[in-house]
Ligand binder design. Structure first.
Ligand code: ATP
Ligand code: MG
Length: 565
């Protein structure tokens, strides 16, 4: 958590985006007394996804950068039907894991009393009324972009009558849907959101924090801006789809005795290719069991990518790289993977793990097993070394042998009469291969060269041996479960499809039994390694907690997806 560095104050540095420009101007003019107070306002109706991480990095980042600055975590819990404490807890955990600390923790439900007071105030000013029409009737009167809406027949109720009805709504005297409270603004406004929006509706449901105290609940638009105002938020950052709602946001703040005047600023949301990024769709994937829970390592949720092994710093770097703008774009998932790879390259030990093992017998190996000191990091001695042994029987990667390989100029690995070097070991030449009844190669018989250790070219071979492959000693190798992941969706833009479920990649999870160096069987949940030539792998924390060792492939060493496209 403590790895977030305090940044340079916004007014003292080159600005990275238009929001920093606005804040720098505000700091110069001492607007808000030089304060920058932001908030991250999730609705606790699902787990956070990578898109939310953009908003988290932006809001908390601004608070970290500036001296007189705070960032609140506020749960916008106005819709009790879909919310739960499970979601609240997961969101807190994710924000902390990303490396941020909220200065204040709030719940919109803590403001229910105040918000109710603001509603009464609007009624008293003649700016709100109780409508007794059904939701369908109200919708039918809304009009369209071309056509103004129609006033409700209840719009001219007296203040006294409105107050009485609203009180009865609150007291639970009406059924759900019988009445709503609406603002009285302008049914002809070019902003649809200004056409007498609903402020309160009756919902006789239990709320995860306020229990059965309330049976009327405020609508998001009404509650959101006024909660910002109650908290003294200076810059209320939200995504572009709220642009039109800004008029309403400002109207609420202006028309009640709100304690402060926050400014809403919209920025483009993060979209990733091959990814769906809406809580509703992610919930569907979970509920219909297309994935194994919100934290399935294939999910674009923060809990999913954490389990998969994405480091928080890699995600923060990615957000820095994509920046904050006003144009909706789709970012390649490969760029996020590159940031993950970049970070893991600096932080992981190297080791050898054979994902798809093929047995090799070194026929002329008539000596004791050889102990080798292998470095954990080829470029950084501080990582130290570990002992590995080489013996008569080893496993190599199945894909490092081809029965009928291309020319030696193109193929540097094994084939009949072809030679390679074993990493940290000697050179071997394949003299024979054994097949089973199904015609699969199940074993190679190779010879080794005594004079080829320590990188020496064996005297018996004319051509220089170029290829180096990884391997493990069969005698000491441990079996571990490895989970290989591919994109969850085959389609580049699954979120844009009606039937996005049909684009789920059936091969997104592949469970294999790998042969690895012995120390890898002693690793703990969350430990990360580079399996040389194969990628970065992370011990699954959840399975580890259940007493099972599973390695998740976090990311490949190279972007193979792009090439295959
Ligand atoms: P979804 O659209 O996935 O259902 P949401 O916007 O309904 O998400 P909230 O809990 O309301 O989810 O979001 C909390 C905050 O995160 C909001 O300020 C919202 O603008 C921001 N946010 C959500 N998705 C993204 C995204 N893809 N990129 C950037 N910010 C996002
Ligand atoms: Mg939302």
């Amino acid at each position: 958590m403590s790895d977030v560095v305090k940044g340079v104050p916004t007014d003292e540095k080159e600005h990275r985006n238009f929001i920093e420009n606005i804040i720098a101007d505000d700091l110069k003019s001492s607007k808000h007394d030089g304060w920058v107070i932001t908030r991250f306002p999730p609705e606790p109706n699902g787990y956070l996804h990578i898109g939310h991480a953009k908003s988290i990095c932006l809001n908390f980042g601004l608070a970290n950068d500036n001296k007189k600055a705070k960032c609140h975590l506020r749960f916008d819990d106005t819709n009790p039907l879909k919310e739960s404490t499970e979601y609240v807890d997961s969101i807190k955990k994710d924000v902390e894991w990303l490396g941020y600390k909220w200065d204040e923790l709030h719940f919109t439900s803590d403001y229910f009393e105040k918000l109710h007071g603001f509603a009464i105030e609007l009624i008293e000013k003649g700016l709100a009324f109780v409508d007794s029409q059904s939701a369908d009737e109200i919708a039918a009167q809304r009009g369209s972009f071309e056509k103004p809406g129609t006033n409700s027949p209840f719009r001219e109720r007296s203040v006294a009558e409105n107050l009485e009805l609203f009180n009865k709504m609150k007291a639970g005297e009406f059924a759900e849907g019988e009445h709503v409270l609406r603002a009285k603004i302008d049914m002809a406004s070019s902003y649809m959101c200004m056409r007498d929006p609903v402020l309160y509706r009756i919902r006789k449901v239990h709320h995860h924090r306020t229990g059965d105290d309330w049976c009327i609940y405020p609508m998001y638009d009404f509650a959101h801006g006024l909660s910002d105002s109650i908290e003294g938020i200076t810059h209320s950052l939200c995504t572009l789809e709220f642009q039109d709602n800004r008029a309403l946001y400002d109207w609420f703040v202006e028309n009640v005795s709100s304690p402060s005047t926050p400014r809403q600023i919209e920025f483009a949301r993060l979209n990733l290719d091959y990814t769906v990024m809406s809580k509703r769709k992610l919930l569907q994937l979970v509920e219909e069991k297309h994935v194994d829970g919100w934290d399935d390592p294939r999910m674009p949720t923060i809990s999913g990518v954490r389990r998969r092994g994405y480091p928080a710093a890699g995600i923060r770097n990615f957000m820095n790289m994509v920046g904050v703008g006003k144009q909706n774009t789709v970012i390649e998932l490969s760029i996020l993977e590159e940031c993950v790879r970049d970070h893991l390259n600096k932080t992981t030990k190297r080791c050898m793990g054979v994902i798809e093992p093929l047995k090799v017998t070194i026929t002329n190996w008539d000596r004791e097993d050889l102990a080798i000191d292998a470095p954990f990091h080829p470029q950084d001695e501080s990582y130290g070394t570990r002992k590995i042994t080489l013996g008569k029987e080893i496993y190599i990667e199945r894909s490092d042998f081809l029965e009928d390989p291309p020319s030696p100029k193109k193929w540097f690995r094994l084939g009949p009469e072809r030679s390679v070097r074993l990493r940290y070991g000697c050179v071997i030449t394949c003299e024979e291969f054994v097949k089973n009844e199904a015609g699969e190669v199940i074993e190679l018989k190779c010879k080794y060269y005594e004079d080829s250790f320590n990188g020496q070219q064996p005297a018996a071979l004319e051509k220089k041996v170029k290829g180096i492959i990884h391997w493990v000693n069969a005698k000491e190798a441990k079996d571990v479960e490895v989970r290989l992941y591919d994109r969850l969706f085959k389609h580049e833009n699954p979120g844009g499809l009606k039937d996005y479920l049909s684009e789920i990649n059936p091969d997104s999870l592949n469970i294999v039994n790998a042969k690895v160096e012995p120390f890898l069987a002693e690793a703990s949940g969350g430990d990360q390694f580079q399996f040389e030539r194969m990628g970065y792998f992370t011990v699954d924390e959840k399975f580890f907690g259940e007493g099972k060792l599973v390695y998740n492939k976090t990311v490949a060493l190279k972007d193979s997806w792009k090439k295959s496209k």
